[in-house]
Write a protein that binds this ligand. Structure first.
Ligand SMILES: Cc1ncc(COP(=O)(O)O)c(C=O)c1O
Length: 406
């Protein structure tokens, strides 16, 4: 039986252009179509209702493309995913918030000892344990305090906390807990509370579009309606409580999948987003925003094991998260190809079947879309940039620059 993941809605024309632009290249390789990429930046900007967008680096993982976006109006600052990454990015970008707490004591010491990094990088905390960890490993400096952002949990808790819907992130859930943490930070030397972050992953990161394969989506939407009402009130209260205790610079919220909703929350001053720039496969399942697919990878056909089946070289490219079919790359072109149930997106070879397989020969290309955004860049050293049907550049990914941060 075949697993069908097609239906991305990407025009055949675009693949014709990508084919022409990358004609001399040997697959596997990855390409980004800059027209779609830039359009997506505009879509995100429009959805953000005038609030600045902090670029989620994990969803881009390519400094050249990060530069391209951060050079446009509406995008300010980076939301990084590890402290070593943030220290590296801070050599170039002047405002980097690390979205996840760190236990990397070497990187913390580097941060604390470097004036410029200490001014440019903000690290995440959500507990007294984090503050004590920092105190144990970093000599507090009053003249060069560590910039801290407090993460507030934006997940939905029902039945007195027995049902938890959302990411397992911060233990700080109530405005009172947020205020207590603000006081804890304020009373310690060598640290300064500069921001709040509340990421509503159950809204920003969950597919909710109707699909025959996913009958649970009406339930997802109901959950999201309840959650939006609950979290908007709670986030506003937490922000007001913390603002009374500390002079914070920013309140960050959201992701591509919630950008309009998050931007309309008056307590939020900036939105985090990144995935929408590439618009990977999972975003086909989002109702709130429809960016254009801009990132692709090409695999070569190397075998024809039987009628209606071709085998492409390469495989895997499977996305992170709860395991499921939606984590597999989408065979995007030619249309109508699907995986075999026994091999799926294989390890080093990927059989693909369907009507389109009949017209493929040894040496033909199959264009695929990764299910998630930045993870594509962990598989390739470079991205080939295509504009107006021509290859205009080849840029290094994080991996190509020699970095694998997580
Ligand atoms: C804190 C935070 N903000 C925002 C995002 C979402 O960004 P994106 O636009 O890539 O979905 C993430 C992704 O996991 C995140 O962890």
């Amino acid at each position: 039986m075949a697993i069908s993941l097609t239906g991305s809605g990407v025009a055949d024309e675009l693949f014709g252009q990508l084919d022409r632009a990358t004609e001399g290249l040997q697959p596997p390789f990855a390409a980004v179509e800059l027209g779609a990429f830039d359009t997506n930046a505009s879509i995100l900007r429009r959805e953000a209702l005038g609030k600045p967008i902090r670029l989620a680096s994990k969803s881009v993982r390519c400094r050249a493309l990060m530069r391209r976006v951060l050079g446009q109006p509406g995008f300010e600052g980076v939301l990084a995913f590890t402290l070593p990454e943030a220290l590296w990015l801070a050599e170039e970008f002047d405002d980097v918030v690390v979205a996840y707490p760190t236990a990397d004591t070497d990187a913390l010491r580097r941060l604390a000892e470097d004036d410029r990094a200490a001014q440019r990088v903000t690290i995440m905390v959500d507990s007294v344990e984090h503050l004590e960890f920092l105190q144990r490993h970093v000599e507090p400096s009053v003249s060069r305090p560590l910039r801290l952002c407090l993460e507030i949990d934006m997940s939905l808790e029902l039945l007195g906390g027995r049902v938890h819907i959302g990411a397992r992130r911060s233990p700080v859930h109530t405005p009172e807990q947020a205020l207590d943490m603000a006081h804890e930070i304020e009373k310690r030397p060598g640290v300064r509370l500069v921001g709040l972050m509340g990421y509503e992953g159950q809204i920003a990161g969950v597919q909710d579009a109707f699909s025959a394969a996913a009958l649970q989506y009406p339930l997802v939407r109901l959950m999201q309606r309840i959650s939006k009402a609950e979290l908007a009130a709670r986030r506003a209260e937490a922000v007001a409580a913390v603002r009374a205790a500390a002079d914070i610079e920013f309140v960050n919220g959201g992701g591509t999948g919630s950008i309009g909703f998050t931007a309309s929350d008056p307590s939020v001053t900036e939105i985090a987003a990144g995935s929408g720039l590439y618009s990977p496969g999972l975003f086909d399942g989002y109702r709130s925003i429809r960016p254009l697919p801009s990132a692709f990878f090409a695999l070569p056909v190397v075998r024809r094991p039987g009628k209606g089946v071709v085998t492409a070289l390469g495989g895997g490219w499977v996305a992170s998260g709860a395991p499921g079919r939606d984590r597999l790359p989408r065979p995007a072109h030619p249309k109508g190809l699907s995986y075999t149930k026994t091999e799926g997106a294989g390890e080093v070879q990927t059989p693909l079947r369907g009507r389109a397989a009949r017209d493929l020969e040894i040496g033909s290309r199959v264009w695929m879309r990764h299910a998630k955004a930045g993870e594509l860049c962990e598989r390739v050293n470079t991205l080939h940039l295509v504009a107006d049907g021509r290859k205009v550049d080849e840029v290094l990914t994080y991996r190509g620059e020699g970095f694998a941060f997580a």
